[in-house]
Design a protein. Structure first.
Length: 468
């Protein structure tokens, strides 16, 4: 290196002179930008003319097709999807005109309550009218186009190409990397507690079109009909509206960005999320600081009774646990499964055995489609055994008389004299464990009647690969 040359000093982080010549005056590579100019630049970067996307005729038509395919119950005007379809083009023209003129108004949603999994409480559901569903669906697609790039890789809820299975695999990967402690934070009544001003403030941060902000505000404040009376809505997002999942994602993206900024590993599906850390102490600190952020910054209340710090294997997330670095169905999910099977296999339901097995297999097919990613060999086999015991008890009840069972034993291949000496109490649960009952109502008997066996899916689970 010659005299008077400048070289970079990585330790000092700035150019350093070499040789006898005076240091060169090297200024900043870019002009200094004031905070005011940054603010003005962000203001000019906001998206304009968003409303034109919402009332675009093609988008409204696609939104109608989406609402039509989802069907659903009627809102407070009692107009069903089928009735709307009879004059769909005229209705879409009216929606287009009102949105373009800025005169569209949302009707109050009809309140309905659905069972809450794992609880005796009911979850409130808002059922909008068909016309409002179309507008909300159009809003959803527009907001999705604008915000998708801002969402983080650990957010899997209500996004195209993302699934709950991918969220579980994301969580398992963190455990394999050594993040074995977990801060599980429960947001109390999240959809009912989101502050309206927070939603509108975040929307304005991205766009300048006040027409869209006004439309969203009207949707949030449309009210709800409860027992025939209209109640005002001053906070929250009605579950049941197509735009609600998108608005919730926009709000909780603030949480995601905070977690990303702190360098935390986490996984989120809608308002269910867990923070993954390496130690109990770190998990406790994370729980405390994120709870403060949620309540003080976002105004979202945290249910401290349900929030906890624990090892990952003790936390149920989306119905699963990560146990020994493998995916397992949580005990709570298995209990809910058994409760549902008991409902479908009541001995006094009056339906034929063929109908009972058909309805049960339909439920099992959907259930295993979700929980089929579990990786333990014995779980499905044990659940199959429970199901067959329930069906054996049901079949004994339908046959009623012990002599009827004796005839079935003979048809199944039992010696006649031995069958006649066998006496089974047809109304006792304990009878399902008896050898003659298991011989007559064996695996082949259930397969011939179309019962779906969960254990048939176990080998596929162990070879399952996940999209990343």
């Amino acid at each position: 290196m010659g005299k008077g040359e400048i070289r970079d000093d990585p330790e000092a982080g700035a150019p350093r002179r070499v040789g006898p010549f005076p240091a060169l005056a090297i200024g900043p590579p870019f002009p200094v930008i004031s905070d005011d100019s940054v603010s003005r630049r962000k203001e000019t970067m906001k998206i304009e003319r968003v409303m034109e996307r919402v009332y675009d005729r093609g988008r409204l038509h696609r939104s109608w097709l989406s609402v039509k395919s989802n069907a659903g119950a009627a809102g407070i005007d009692y107009v069903t999807v089928g009735a709307f379809a009879e004059q769909a083009e005229e209705h879409l023209d009216r929606i287009h005109e009102k949105l373009q003129a800025g005169t569209y108004r949302f009707k109050p949603v009809r309140r309905a309550e659905i069972p809450k999994p794992g609880s005796t409480k009911k979850r409130p559901l808002g059922i909008p009218v068909v016309m409002d569903r179309i507008v909300s669906q159009s809003l959803h697609t527009v907001l999705d186009e604008l915000w998708e790039a801002d969402f983080t890789a650990s957010n899997f809820g209500f996004r195209r190409g993302k699934s709950q299975h991918q969220a579980i695999e994301h969580m398992r990967q963190a455990v394999e990397d050594g993040y074995t402690w977990c801060a599980s934070i429960d947001l109390q009544g999240f959809f009912d507690e989101i502050p309206h001003d927070l939603i509108l403030r975040l929307i304005r941060r991205k766009m300048r079109d006040e027409r869209v902000v006004t439309l969203i505000a009207r949707a949030l404040k449309a009210g709800v009909q409860v027992d025939g009376k209209i109640e005002k809505t001053t906070k929250g997002c009605p579950q049941g509206s197509p735009v609600s999942p998108m608005l919730s994602n926009i709000v909780l993206n603030e949480l995601d960005q905070e977690l990303e900024g702190r360098g935390h590993r986490y996984v989120r599906w809608a308002d269910d999320f867990v923070i993954l850390l390496r130690s109990e102490r770190a998990a406790g600190r994370g729980m405390e600081s994120i709870t403060y952020f949620l309540e003080e910054t976002l105004g979202l209340p945290v249910n401290r009774d349900k929030s906890q710090v624990a090892r990952v294997q003790d936390i149920a997330f989306l119905g699963f646990q990560i146990f020994r670095k493998k995916i397992r169905i949580s005990p709570q999910a298995q209990k809910r499964f058994k409760d549902r099977v008991r409902q479908l296999t009541r001995r006094n339901n009056g339906q034929s055995m063929a109908r009972n097995i058909h309805d049960l297999s339909e439920y099992l097919r959907g259930w295993v489609g979700y929980f089929g990613i579990q990786e333990f060999r014995t779980i499905f086999g044990k659940l199959d055994g429970f199901i067959r015991c329930r069906l054996r008890s049901m079949q004994l009840k339908k046959w009623k008389k012990p002599k009827k069972f004796q005839r079935m034993m003979i048809l199944a291949g039992y010696p006649v004299e031995e069958a006649k000496r066998t006496w089974v109490k047809m109304d006792r649960w304990q009878s399902v464990a008896r050898l003659p009952v298991r011989f007559v109502l064996n695996l082949k008997w259930f397969r011939r009647r179309g019962l779906l066996f969960l254990d048939d899916f176990t080998p596929q689970n162990l070879k399952l690969t996940f999209a990343r």
